[in-house]
Each structure stands twice: as C-alpha cells, then as structure tokens.
Design a protein around this ligand. Structure first.
Ligand code: ZN
Length: 139
C-alpha cells in the first residue's frame, strides 16, 4: 500500500550550484549528501515536513541523470511513493499493464529499496516506489 510521497527527485547539473537556491532562497537546510554508485549520481537531501527533495547530479556521462539533463535540462526528474510492500506494489502495477524499469527492487540512497516504473506507462512521470525493506512491511 502506498503510504506517502517519499521524495521528489530533481535533476541538477551541479549540487554546489543548486544547493544555495534551496538554502538561501527557500531557507531549507541540506540534511545530507550521498553518492549512489549504482545510479552514477550524487544526491543532496532536503526535508520538507517528511517529504524530501532529492537533488541528483550525474557523476558520469552514462548516468541516467546525464541523459535526462541533455534531453530535457534541469528540473523534476521523478516522484517517489513510499510503500509498505514494494514487491506487491510492483506486482499490482505490472498487473495493471504498466511497464516496469525494475522488476526487482534495488538498494538506492539512504539504504532504501527502490524500483522505477517506465514513464511511457505513467503519462510521462517517472515513478519510483521505495520501501525501507526489500521484501517485508516497513514500519
Ligand atoms: Zn528517488
């Protein structure tokens, strides 16, 4: 079951250049940074009352974020829904005819398990499911 919007992923060319907007213009505080090697990105997180903004900077030219930036420029990259059962959520989406990018969840930033739905199946919105645990209910 979907529990909440967990985060919005925002593609940026440079964390160093993007973070000051969120800190100085919006008054948010960057609460952490992490490199996610599997996705070839560096991330910075902001907490907005439990919904996070996840800035994403590519670390290599073959990063999915590098492709997004060259196709579309900076902007909102994906929306992530927290679910208590990521495998069940993927099965439900697949059963509804949605094309999955990841049939199996993988370990993303902050130790969460994540999987993406294909934007061609979601009206153009890259959609992520994330869970605190791979196969069992999150608390
Ligand atoms: Zn995400």
């Amino acid at each position: 079951m979907i529990q909440k919007i967990d985060h919005l992923g925002i593609a940026v060319r440079s964390l160093e250049e993007a973070i000051p907007f969120y800190e100085n213009a919006l008054g948010l505080r960057c609460e952490g940074r992490e490199e996610v090697a599997s996705q070839r990105v560096k991330t910075a997180f902001f907490n907005v009352d439990g919904v996070h903004l996840e800035l994403l900077e590519p670390t290599s030219a073959d990063s999915p974020i590098a492709k997004f930036l060259s196709d579309k420029g900076e902007g909102i990259h994906h929306i992530a829904f927290r679910t208590s059962d990521i495998a069940g959520q993927l099965a439900q989406a697949s059963g509804a005819g949605v094309r999955l990018i990841n049939a199996e969840p993988f370990e993303g930033a902050a130790g969460k398990w994540v999987a993406f739905l294909h934007p061609k199946s979601t009206r153009g919105v890259l959609t992520e499911f994330c869970a605190l645990k791979k196969g069992e209910a999150a608390h």
